[in-house]
Design a protein around this ligand. Sequence first.
Ligand code: FAD
Ligand code: GLY
Length: 375
Amino acid sequence: MNRTYEAIVVGGGVIGGSVAYSLAKRGMEVLLLEKDSLAGQASGAAAGMLGAQAELEGEGPLFQLAKTSRAMFNGLADELKIASGIDIELVNKGMMKLALTDREQQEHRRILEVHRQNNEVAELFTGDEARRREPALANEVMGALYLERDGQVAAPQLALGFLKSAEALGSVIKEDVEVHSFHSSKGKIIGVATTEGDFMSDNIVVTGGAWSESLLMEMGLPLITHPVKGECFSVRTEVPLLSSTIFSSGCYLVPKKGGRIIVGATVIPNTFNQQTTVKGISLLLENAKKLVPSIEEAEWEGAWAGIRPQTADGLPYMGEHPDYDGLFIATGHYRNGILLSPITGEVMADLIEGKKPSLDISSFRIERLISKKTR
Ligand code: FAD
Ligand code: GLY
């Protein structure tokens, strides 16, 4: 068996999948190692919103990254379908951020201005206009900020689409193989030690989501990340209740294929515990009923949780280890890893090939949040 590759990707979530796919497209021989099952962690738990404008305000380096990534989805959906046969279920029907109070309406007016100043498309609806588009909305909805360009996908399908497309292009993908340490020589990475022995490469990319921090401690890199649990549930109705994604301060509702709706998500910091709790799910359900009362008639499907990888400043890490050539890191995508996955794959492939990425990634550099003293 070949144990030497041009690149090794550690982690089979949406970020690892995207990096492997971008590298495979550029003709590299890639090995991807996943300790559990593919898309089995945050990437399989996500609601799939491409909320560049709904989740971010319209300014700053993260918004530029998100906007560039969002624009890649139309082409990507076709590419992944052709390469892997997987439909990522891209829906371009926009997002409605609802206001139930005067204060929320005022806040939406402020955000509208920010988006417009940045030449982004955004529109304000009255409550009646919002209900004309989405008749299931409650009478209490006072207005909505409509973000036409924020679409959504099926998150597990996206992660699997990247991974299976990389495989179709010749990458080797192994589940149930955990990387526990690295091999290096004179400040250069040369391989990984795993539960199936050693695999060698001059380019290793850590995309381990919330588990990246503990792995990178092996290489003396005290990355600061925080695990943040998110719980979701899903229901189904015979006739679809919604067409656009509904977003509010208390929850979001994302309409999927076949009358399915995903309702998310709680935000519980500093835990790797993935149990769903009655407290979390009942809070989401109460909030969802305030927005779409008829959801209480829907058929219950199930509930789940995932762990988001958060960083201290809310920006992802994308770059190379400051002390080891060839050890690359892409993690910390927190609430937006699905949205940011296509651009992350391309940026990391550029860095590995020694090319300058097409957009400024200096805000995401690894060195910004580590203590020099501990290195
Ligand atoms: P993960 O998906 O966690 O993948 C990392 C993988 O690495 C795991 O499979 C893990 O087993 C593996 N791994 C770790 N260490 C090792 C090792 N040592 N050896 C081998 N394998 C290893 N984002 C959006 O853009 N839109 C949304 O609507 C959205 N909704 C969300 C809803 C919820 C409830 C949650 C929890 C998250 C949501 N997110 C959303 C965020 C998004 O899911 C994450 O940002 C993204 O999935 C992170 O991807 P990842 O590949 O870095 O991590
Ligand atoms: N972006 C949605 C979430 O993380 O819950």
